[in-house]
Design a protein around this ligand. Structure first.
Ligand code: AMP
Ligand code: MG
Length: 438
């Protein structure tokens, strides 16, 4: 990808996302570079983020659902609607330790005869008459005849009797059968994310497993002669390869099974072999080599393995050289090598596609959004929408670090993205909508 992706000046306290000085017609020229592998798109303009996303999402199909243990369903998507088979609570029970009573026969100073005890556990099928009370513990079924519970703290026990020291209203401290959930009530919709809280509700329904969307298997392929695996010595001109671990971590966070990670030198046969092997997965995420240089060998390699190229180049910064295609059933994503471009395009395009494969409904494909007050003015003088990385804390968004596509430190400190459209001049103090991913 081109150098000087974004410039930023701090002197006047404004984050500026500037276009580097390139010839205006360069987009068209670049799009004509590889007509062999891209006959349909040869003259296509750079498309918008929304259009690219719509095309990608339309291009991937949900995988067949599977049944998993409830714990494994967390952060997956329900494959079908789930309705309650059981009312919750399943029976009237006490919410405190105290005495089950008939409210109508109670007043301050009344003494009631204690006729037994019901703890939480097997229902002893006890009952009370007017003038009687039953010792009851939290979660225990209410005896027949009782319509309220008086807390232990509001009573005084005197041998076989209990003295009431407070008023008792009907229904007090009783958890009604079905008060929380009624039988037949919809608990979860198909395509909805299963949260940690959701599995608690399903367990309370007696469920031990759930049908969720299919598991996505992915492969990661990184490319570049200049890249060295972390842990190896670095020679002059080399940098450490950091996208594989970034993408593995992001895929794993999405719930994907990463089955292989391969690094290729910029050699056509090596890349072709890696792509051929990777295309056996549901998803292949390639990084680097998708731009227009002589060392950008991913597109020709995709053509060699018979993949279709559905789109290449999106009007977004960072991340313009992004590509999407298909190799049979495998969804192929070519991410720019610059780490921030890879990160942003993963969030914008790979994450929603994966979630769709996993059975998510449309609402789950969007990144979560929050409203925040912008701490530093942001100007986008460039021609592409710019995703500014920053920190969202307590309702404030602060752009962090160098806003350039290679600059990892700012990204490492950020937890939100602000979309600055072309020409935007957003003043400090303005309310903005930011996207989050954690
Ligand atoms: P490319 O997209 O291959 O032209 O790479 C663009 C920039 O990203 C170059 O400066 C590369 O060195 C860098 N880059 C490419 N792949 C990686 C990677 N896997 N890890 C870190 N940097 C990378
Ligand atoms: Mg490269």
């Amino acid at each position: 990808m081109g150098s000087g992706d974004a410039r930023q000046r701090w002197a006047d306290g404004v984050i500026r996302c500037k276009n580097e000085s390139r010839r205006r017609n360069s987009f068209v020229r670049e799009n004509q570079v590889d007509a062999r592998v891209q006959p349909k798109n040869a003259r296509a303009p750079v498309i918008s983020v929304d259009e690219a996303l719509a095309r990608i999402v339309a291009n991937v199909r949900r995988l067949p659902p599977r049944e998993v243990a409830l714990l494994d369903a967390v952060d997956r998507f329900a494959a079908r609607d789930v309705s309650a088979g059981l009312s919750l609570p399943p029976f009237d029970n006490s919410s405190v330790d105290g005495y089950a009573v008939m409210a109508a026969s109670c007043a301050i100073g009344t003494r009631l005869k204690v006729v037994g005890e019901q703890a939480a556990g097997p229902d002893l099928s006890l009952s009370i008459q007017p003038g009687e009370a039953l010792r009851i513990l939290t979660g225990a079924p209410l005896p027949a005849g009782a319509d309220a519970v008086i807390m232990q703290e509001e009573t005084e026990r005197e041998g076989n009797e209990v003295l009431l020291k407070a008023e008792v209203r009907p229904g007090e401290f009783v958890r009604q059968r079905g008060g929380d959930v009624t039988e037949g009530q919809k608990l979860l919709a198909a395509g909805e994310r299963v949260r940690t809280q959701t599995v608690a509700l399903l367990a309370a329904q007696g469920m031990s497993s759930l049908q969720v969307g299919g598991e996505v298997q992915a492969t990661v392929v990184s490319t570049g002669d200049e890249l060295v695996a972390p842990g190896s010595p670095l020679r002059a001109g080399q940098i450490y390869e950091s996208n594989s671990i970034l993408l593995q971590a992001m895929l794993t966070k999405c719930g994907v099974d990463v089955v292989s990670v391969t690094h290729c030198q910029d050699r056509a046969e090596e890349i072709e072999a890696a792509l051929r092997a990777g295309a056996r997965c549901d998803v292949m995420v390639i990084t680097g080599g998708v731009s227009v240089g002589a060392h950008d060998l991913v597109k020709p390699a995709l053509a060699k393995i018979g993949a279709t190229l559905d789109l290449w180049k999106v009007a977004v910064k960072p991340g313009k050289p992004f590509l999407f295609g298909r190799a049979n059933e495998c969804a192929v994503f070519g991410l720019p090598g610059n780490p921030i471009s890879a990160f942003v395009t993963f969030l914008l395009f790979v994450r929603p596609a994966i979630f769709k494969l996993m059975g998510a409904d449309d609402a789950e494909l969007r990144l979560p959004e929050s409203t925040a007050r912008l701490r530093i003015a942001v100007h986008n003088d460039g021609a592409r929408p710019h995703y500014v990385r920053g920190s969202l804390r307590h309702g404030s968004f602060t752009p962090v670090g160098l806003q350039e596509s290679h600059a990892l430190f700012g990204l490492s400190r950020s937890n939100a993205l602000l979309l600055a459209p072309p020409g935007a001049e957003i003043a400090a103090g303005e309310l903005v909508t930011v996207s989050t991913w954690e």
